[in-house]
Design a protein. Structure first.
Length: 383
């Protein structure tokens, strides 16, 4: 688990010049607002005192990079891993990606015909696993590879890997569930089968505030800008996914000061032990008068510090999950040009992290996040 993360994603999202389901819903909202104002006047209240409802943002699906990386993190997510038949070739993969892209584009602009979908922002991404890339000799980044085994891993093969990884995010789990149905239906003609799926969430927090993970700590306090060229390879990048079970009860039983020393941050403010505010840069070299480090040598923040990797950072967009009372934790999703960065960090954590007694890595995957699509060039068209 790595909590040195944040999400300064671009929140700009312009509506498309079309009349679709979202436009009709917006028109209905205007009519409803007018009726409400009339009723307020009849009751002697000032209708101007009631704030106007803000229409949901429309996330542009098409662009140089996929919206699942460029738009802000939405509170509900669903990850899907599909496997293609052994006989599948590049044409089969292109057909599958085109069908998936059609669903995602329609969902994003509000034209997907499904009465269960309401006007709401939707972001998504699609990524190709290393085994499929190698089998089809795709022009994937040379750095794309499976992760090595790490000490302490307890990986479930049925929850790991996959030929094609999809992620859809929205304001509500309902939306991601409905979209899952459409994506699986779109994938069926290609013979693709569902390998695993995983739902995740973020807690509701005010705009600009960092959400907390299931240990109660703020999770997302330092992250590179998504536009950082060090993250990208021709508008694509590489996803590292880890499903990490957290022993929340055992961690909660620790005294607060022990929790903070294990994490390297203050519980309430999120500030590093060497700073006063959440977004202060953790200084892993500051010492107490007795020579001991202020951020302990086994603190999570120290071992995952970019200072130990020449300043290299990952773009982290993690989610919590809560599948059963004894299976809750973190869906660690990080994006980088070279997953060797994650391997270096995870080796340090696996060897010395004070959080290790409370964490179990139960699933893993890497995948090449493709460049974005355009109306006349669906996902995978250039493969």
């Amino acid at each position: 688990m790595h909590i040195e993360s944040g999400n300064p994603q671009d929140t700009a999202a312009s509506a498309r010049p079309r009349i679709g389901r979202r436009a009709l819903l917006s028109a209905g909202a205007v009519l409803a607002a007018g009726a409400g104002a009339a009723a307020a006047t009849a009751l002697g209240r000032d209708p101007a005192a009631a704030p106007a409802a803000t229409p949901p943002a429309v996330v542009p699906h098409h662009g140089a990079r996929q919206s699942g990386l460029t738009y802000r993190q939405l509170p509900a997510t669903r990850l899907l891993a599909l496997d293609l038949p052994e006989a599948a070739d590049r044409d089969a993969l292109r057909g599958l990606l085109a069908a998936v892209d059609k669903v995602l584009a329609a969902a994003a602009d509000g034209s997907l015909a499904d009465p269960r979908l309401s006007a709401a922002p939707i972001s998504s991404l699609a990524a190709v696993g290393p085994a499929l890339a190698a089998r089809l000799k795709l022009p994937a980044p040379a750095e794309l590879a499976e992760l090595p085994a790490f000490p302490g891993d307890r990986l479930d093969a049925g929850r790991s890997g996959g030929d094609l990884l999809l992620q859809v995010s929205a304001e509500h789990p309902w939306t991601t569930g409905v979209l899952t149905e459409h994506l699986l239906a779109a994938a069926k003609p290609s013979g693709a089968t569902l390998r695993w799926n995983q739902a995740g969430f973020l807690p509701s927090v005010p705009d600009g505030e960092t959400p907390r993970n299931l240990f109660g700590f703020k999770d997302g306090s330092a992250n590179p800008d998504p536009a950082d060229p060090g993250l990208w390879n021709a508008d694509g990048t590489i996803l590292v996914y880890r499903r990490i079970r957290m022993d929340t009860a055992a961690f909660a039983a620790l005294p607060a000061d022990r929790q903070e020393l294990s994490m390297g941050r203050r519980l309430m403010s999120g500030a590093p032990l060497t700073g006063a505010a959440e977004h202060d840069d953790p200084d892993i070299y500051v010492k107490h008068p007795d020579g001991s480090y202020v951020i302990p040598v086994d603190a999570h923040v120290r071992l995952s510090s970019p200072r130990l990797d020449g300043g290299a950072r990952m773009l982290r967009r993690g989610y919590s999950y809560d599948d059963t009372p004894d299976d809750r934790g973190l869906l660690f999703c990080a994006f980088m040009r070279d997953p060797a960065l994650f391997t270096r960090v995870q080796n340090r954590l696996a060897a010395n992290d004070a959080l290790n007694p409370f964490l179990t890595h139960t699933a893993s995957a890497t995948a090449w996040v493709l460049p974005g699509s355009h109306p006349d060039r669906p996902l995978g068209a250039t493969l």
